[in-house]
Each structure stands twice: as structure tokens, then as C-alpha cells.
Write a new protein. Structure first.
Length: 134
């Protein structure tokens, strides 16, 4: 036989050692988790306490922001409805003004030899009372 040592690399590399510890059954794992929680509550980590406080603060701020967003969305909806109503009112008023102007043009018609610059009367109704041109 051959007395030389085998210098070929292994076909299967060794796996790294497991850090998980011994395999536990489900009931043992639950028991260990419960004792771990009890240990944390009896001796809380200051970093975890700070993280808990910060996450609570963050959740309260997020809730307030969501409430503000809902309020702003409602306000925007009301503003949009008002703008739609104003637009409809302006379209109606402009239609009325156009109709009055067309009536005035129809009644004025061409006059026989009178001066074009002479006015027979106002083409539009003159508002009485204070106006809103402040």
C-alpha cells in the first residue's frame, strides 16, 4: 500500500459550529421564553426602556398626524364643494349677463340717422346700494 499522506481537499467542508445550543422541544422552548420575559421585566435594560418610551412617543405623534390629515382632508372637501358652488353661481350670472347683453343688442338695432354715441339707457341693470368694490 501507499504510505504517503492524503493531501486532497475534503469534498465536504466542515460546517461552522452551531451557536443555537441544544435542540429544545416546543414546551421547553415556551418555558425558556417565559423565563426570559420574566428575567427582562425583573431586570429591565435601560436601552430597551428608552426604545419603548420612544416607540410610544412616536406612535402618539403618528396618531396625531393622522388625525390632522383627516381633518385637513375634510376641510379640503368642504372648500372644494364651496368652490364648485361659486363656479356654478358665476356661470349662471355670466349667462344672465350675456342674455341681457344680447337683448340690449336686439332692441337697440340700427337706428335711423341718430348718433352712434348717444345712449338710450343703460345696457345693464345698475346695482343700487353699496357695492363690494372696497
Amino acid at each position: 500500500m501507499d504510505d504517503r499522506p492524503d493531501q486532497r481537499p475534503d469534498a465536504r467542508p466542515e460546517s461552522p459550529p452551531s451557536t443555537a445550543g441544544p435542540a429544545l422541544s416546543k414546551t421547553e422552548a415556551k418555558t425558556e421564553a417565559k423565563t426570559d420575559v420574566v428575567a427582562r421585566t425583573s431586570n429591565p435594560d435601560p436601552v430597551l426602556e428608552r426604545l419603548d418610551r420612544l416607540s410610544d412617543l412616536l406612535m402618539r405623534r403618528i396618531d396625531r398626524l393622522e388625525e390632522r390629515v383627516r381633518s385637513l382632508e375634510q376641510d379640503n372637501g368642504e372648500i372644494i364643494n364651496l368652490l364648485i358652488a361659486v363656479k356654478a353661481g358665476l356661470e349662471e350670472a355670466s349667462g344672465d349677463l350675456i342674455a341681457q347683453l344680447e337683448e340690449a343688442d336686439d332692441t337697440a338695432g340700427p337706428e335711423d340717422g341718430s348718433d352712434d354715441e348717444a345712449e338710450d339707457g343703460p345696457l345693464f341693470e345698475v346695482p343700487c346700494g353699496p357695492t363690494m368694490l372696497h
